[in-house]
Design a protein around this ligand. Sequence first.
Ligand SMILES: NC(=O)c1ccc[n+]([C@@H]2O[C@H](COP(=O)([O-])OP(=O)(O)OC[C@H]3O[C@@H](n4cnc5c(N)ncnc54)[C@H](OP(=O)(O)O)[C@@H]3O)[C@@H](O)[C@H]2O)c1
Length: 253
Amino acid sequence: MPSALIFGGSGKLAKFITERLVKKTYTVYSVIRREEHIPGLYELGATPIIQSLEDSTVAELAEVIKSSLPDVIIFAAGGGWRAHKDPTFNRIVDRDAAIKVFDAMVEADCTKRIITISTADARNRSRPRPSWYNEEDQKVSDDLWTTLPRYMEAKLEADKNLVEQNMTRTLDYTIVRPTWYNGGGWTGKITAGRVGMSPKVSREDVADVFVACIENHDTIGLVFEVVGGDIPVGEAVRRVAEEKINSFEELYR
Ligand SMILES: NC(=O)c1ccc[n+]([C@@H]2O[C@H](COP(=O)([O-])OP(=O)(O)OC[C@H]3O[C@@H](n4cnc5c(N)ncnc54)[C@H](OP(=O)(O)O)[C@@H]3O)[C@@H](O)[C@H]2O)c1
């Protein structure tokens, strides 16, 4: 049976990914911080593992990976509600915990494949705006970087670390960059690639994107945006893979 290990498994997006993978007969290991999430995760069919990312060393996270031997690792954690109160959690979770997971994968030396959650507009803002942005995208970008600068910086630095250190880590990564979640339900449709920031997208549709990436190895090494749209998720991800959309150089350098 295939298996997946989700770091930040108690999150809203992570639980939608879990549901989908369990339906596809994956064994899903779910790394979480708080015990209160255990019953809900068992109900979804996952195996919870209590191991707080921020309180763990790389060696401890490597042990978690070695003890579960997953085919694929998903990083879906985030500073979330704690970061709203104290933005330090953006650095602690969105950046540092992510980087610890990348290093732990190297130390564990058993799983190469990782799909990580970033955010649309994590980019080097001293460069001109991306060529595919329109005025509305620019406005959303300005708002994001004004209201959540430490969040945006944390995601940017985690993504940069993953890509720039990969000559030595040699992981099979994909970086998914959704725009704002809209709180809506599943539509099964999105637009993906170099697509800017609008319209918003549902977590359920982004969960489908993660599953499509797991199933499409041609997404390895790609970095792409996801917004709401009208293209079935599998097809949208297939196009990204065929066109080898990798926005890293334009966005992050
Ligand atoms: N909101 C948006 O519009 C938007 C847009 C694009 C991308 N994103 C990103 O999408 C991702 C998922 O979003 P979401 O809405 O599903 O977030 P969420 O519900 O806040 O989930 C984040 C999860 O990370 C867990 N976590 C935090 N610190 C941890 C630690 N030390 N060890 C283990 N787990 C830990 C949290 O657990 P606790 O609750 O126990 O802390 C929480 O379950 C986030 O990275 C977010 O930044 C969000």
